[in-house]
Design a protein around this ligand. Structure first.
Ligand code: BV8
Ligand code: ZN
Length: 251
């Protein structure tokens, strides 16, 4: 199975890398659905990751996202992010699509990252959508769950919201179409660190498989392969990806 994956990587003309929270786990960023450590094990997404939640209690929601942004500011890209950045120089064409709202792919050197669920680095006004540029670079250590009043929009005075896509909100249309188009034409898709539960993002690997691409899931939890050219490489991304690159491009 590994030989087939290594060969597919060597032969790839257009590689799509699709990542979820698991790719940032080894940077110390909590995932969502890992039992015990996942964010949703401790917080209720309906109370924190919806526009209604923000309208009902902006200080709770803003405080939670600032705590998460603080975690990202203090985190470093891990070997998985770096291996993905290195892959761009190993294949003729690489498209990187992420569900993550952190900037660790960019900080590892990946260019053109398609963020399907937005970014913690792009806050905007909840009322008039004007981008907000006044985010504090360094925050004091807000403890988990501390309430923080959101900043006010410079243009209309409305509350500033995180630049992420909440449940019930639609994805940035251009990003979604770009991701679906790349999925339809890639020959190999590496799905790294995602539980594949959130739609429509979860359709990306499904579109690739339907169009005959080889799909490889890299995840400590084995993922049941859906088709003949779908594989599951069990393990942590920060361990498996460097090994895969080593096997494909140096041995
Ligand atoms: C929309 C941003 C409609 C904010 C997020 C019923 C059925 C199907 C769909 C729905 C349904 N009910 C509602 C829906 C729609 C809903 C949805 O899919 N819900 C799911 C939960 C059932 N989707 C939406 O609401 C989307 N919008 O549909 O809009 C619409 C349409 C048109 C017009 C108007 C409206 C919006 C979804 C986006 C929500 N935003 N986050 C924030 O970050 O706070 S979701 C959140 O989940 C994150 O974005 C995250 O990226 C995403 C996916 O999670 P994963 O990345 O997969 O992370 P997870 O923890 O789940 O898994 C981690 C994996 O890593 C695990 O498998 C673990 O084993 C593995 N791992 C751990 N360590 C490692 C590792 N892997 C490798 N290495 C390691 N070291
Ligand atoms: Zn405004």
């Amino acid at each position: 199975m590994l030989a087939a994956i290594v060969q597919a990587l060597r032969d790839s003309r257009h590689l799509l890398v699709f990542t979820g929270a698991g790719v940032s786990a080894e940077s110390g960023i909590p995932t969502f659905r890992d039992a015990l450590t996942g964010l949703w094990a401790r917080f209720d997404p309906a109370r924190l990751a919806t526009p209604e939640a923000f309208a009902a209690d902006p200080d709770l929601v803003w405080g939670w996202y600032e705590w998460r942004r603080q975690r990202v500011l203090r985190a470093m890209p891990n070997p998985a992010h770096r291996a993905i950045a290195e892959l761009a120089g190993r294949v003729p064409r690489l498209t990187l699509v992420t569900q993550n709202v952190d900037d660790l792919h960019e900080r590892a050197g990946s260019a053109e990252v398609i963020h399907l669920h937005g970014s913690l680095q792009a806050p905007r006004c909840f009322d008039c959508a004007a981008p907000y540029s006044g985010l504090a670079r360094e925050l004091d250590e807000p403890e988990e769950g501390r309430r923080l009043p959101p900043p006010r929009c410079e243009r209309c005075g409305g509350p500033v919201r995180p630049g992420v896509v909440w449940f019930g909100e639609s994805m940035p249309e251009a990003a979604l179409q770009q991701a679906f188009a790349a999925a339809a034409e890639c020959d190999l898709l590496l799905s790294i660190g995602t539980s594949g539960l959130v739609y429509p993002a979860a359709q990306v690997p499904q579109i690739a498989a339907r169009h005959g691409a080889c799909v490889v899931h890299i995840n400590p939890q084995p993922v049941a392969p859906g088709g003949p050219r779908e594989y599951s490489l069990p393990g942590a991304a920060g361990v498996v990806l460097p090994q895969l690159l080593q096997a494909a491009f140096t041995d």
